[in-house]
Design a protein around this ligand. Sequence first.
Ligand code: FES
Length: 99
Amino acid sequence: MSTEIPDSRQAAADGSFEIYLAWSNQVLKVGADQTALEVLLQAGVPIEPGCQTGGCGDCATAYVEGDVIHKDLCLNGEDRERFFCPCVSRAITRIVLAF
Ligand code: FES
C-alpha cells in the first residue's frame, strides 16, 4: 500500500493543472479538456483573447512561478521566462499569477 500523498501543486497525469491567483487567493483548476484562457476568463481575469491558437500574443500573461509548457508560436525565450500564452500553453506544476 502506497503512503504517497498527492501534491496538488503538481500537474495531474491527465494533463490538468492548477493556477493560483495570488492577490485574490483563488485556486483555479484547468481541466484536461479546457484551456487556461477559458478558465482565467471565467474567473474574471482581464485577458485579451485574440487568435486562440498561440500565434498573436494578445493573451500573453505574466506569471511569477510555475513550470509552463509553452506551446505558443509568438513568444521568444526571454519572454517565456515571465509570460505565457494561456490559450495554448499548459503547465507541469501549479502556475502562480499576480492577480
Ligand atoms: S490569443 Fe493569440 S496567442 Fe493567445
